[in-house]
Design a protein around this ligand. Structure first.
Ligand code: ADP
Ligand code: MG
Length: 391
């Protein structure tokens, strides 16, 4: 494993000994249920075989010394400097260090020991591409700290701590899906999560189906403002629909029939956003039975419908994602293709017959390159285990 050798070598150079432990935590791809986690809906992600790896050893001091190998940068913090978001020399924590520092903060808040350590980490989850590199960093560090602390947590609790770190320390208003998938992934299985009750189960992915991820290479900055606007529109829809449906607390509680009846009372934009959520939750409710029955054909159609809805109703797509999805859907062996993650760039998720996955990937790369003029990155991935200690 090249990435483990890489961080082990850097650890050895920087700290003068081999790391005692190595942990990994994966990124994730979501197949159905997009932009519904913060509406109490259902999501259907899988952990993928790309992950953040952290090599670490305990220290006798309370300081944590980190090296982010992918940035070639280091940071030092301690429980005393954590609330200030500074390093031990008083300088501000760099942005990348907020994620591990946020994990330490969340653990301290919950009275779980996060002792000092030396650590080097690196990842093959592309950053900001909709595959949740941030959750993989958080869960890798939660795994490191429970290893050193001698305590354990149910995987869902780890996910909630990661989310708390990202929401309250880093300041990113994400739902629970990313951390959940990184914490709870199961090899060769999809994960079905009820974002209201946090109950979850796994569903087998048929053996002859590959998940292919296609990275448009588009990275848009400042999308958090758009994300917050979508969340606000959903809240406004709930607020307005409550006049007729007093018992609802989230769009999850509104059926498609009810929504069709009442949509005219909403401002046009709010109505579009809410329609995506209500219909997407309905689609994701159908997913379990379809997958159990092996009906990949219909499941793939739901993915295609999801893309249209994200493009036209939720308006979080972009030309490059639309081209990538359109070409994929026209290729042989492809059951479904859609943008995955928050949108505005990043990746599409594709369900493809295993025996056609190689050819599909090549044709998709070629087609995208011709239309957009950019070489995309395409990889055939497997559903993998969640966060774990490797050594
Ligand atoms: P994503 O969709 O990939 O989760 P985010 O914007 O939520 O994108 O998180 C990306 C941020 O997570 C990066 O800017 C960086 O701060 C942190 N991060 C991700 N991967 C790494 C890494 N390999 N090393 C250090 N920090 C990382
Ligand atoms: Mg993220």
């Amino acid at each position: 494993m090249k990435i483990i050798d890489h961080i082990t070598n850097i650890f050895q150079e920087k700290f003068g000994s081999a790391p005692v432990h190595v942990a990994r935590a994966p990124g994730r791809v979501n197949l159905l249920g997009e932009h519904v986690d913060y509406n109490d809906g259902f999501v259907l992600p899988a952990a993928i075989d790309r992950a953040t790896y952290v090599a670490f050893s305990p220290t006798d001091s309370d300081q944590t010394q980190l090296v982010a190998a992918d940035f070639d940068q280091a940071a030092v913090f301690s429980p005393r400097t954590i609330p200030l978001k500074t390093q031990t020399d008083g300088s501000p924590l760099p942005e990348w260090a907020l994620y591990p520092a946020g994990v330490m903060w969340a653990l301290n808040e919950d009275h779980l020991q996060a002792r000092g350590m030396n650590a080097v980490y690196a990842s093959d989850v592309p950053r900001g591409s909709g595959l949740s590199s941030s959750a993989s960093v958080e869960l890798a560090f939660i795994t490191a700290w429970w290893t050193l602390g001698g305590w354990t947590l149910p995987s869902m609790q780890s996910a909630l701590l990661g989310q708390k770190a990202e929401n309250q320390y880093v300041g990113v208003n994400c739902g629970i899906m990313d951390q959940f998938a990184s914490a709870c992934g199961v090899e060769n299985r999809l994960l079905l999560l009820d974002c209201r009750s946090l109950e979850w189960k796994t569903i087998p992915l048929p053996e002859n189906i590959s998940i292919v991820i296609a990275d448009t290479k588009v990275r848009r900055k400042l999308t958090s403002g758009e994300y917050n606007k979508r969340r606000a529109a959903c809240e406004e829809a709930v607020h307005l629909l409550k006049q007729d449906l007093p018992d609802i607390t989230a769009l999850r509680d509104v059926s498609v029939e009810e929504f069709n009846r009442l949509a005219g009372k909403l401002p046009a934009e709010v109505s579009k956003r809410a329609r995506h959520v209500v219909e997407e939750i309905e689609r994701s409710k159908q997913a379990e039975a379809l997958l159990e029955a092996g009906n990949i054909l219909r499941f793939g159609e739901l993915m295609n419908e999801c893309h249209v809805s994200l493009r036209d109703l939720y308006e979080v797509s972009c030309p490059e994602l639309n081209v990538m999805a359109r070409i994929a859907q026209s290729l042989e062996g492809c059951y479904g293709a859609r943008l995955t993650g928050a949108g505005f760039g990043g990746c599409t998720a594709n369900l493809v017959a295993c025996e056609q996955a190689e050819e599909f990937s090549q044709s998709l790369a070629k087609g995208y390159q011709v239309e957009i003029g950019v070489q995309p990155e395409i990889y055939i991935t497997r559903a993998s285990n969640g966060a774990e200690l490797l050594k």
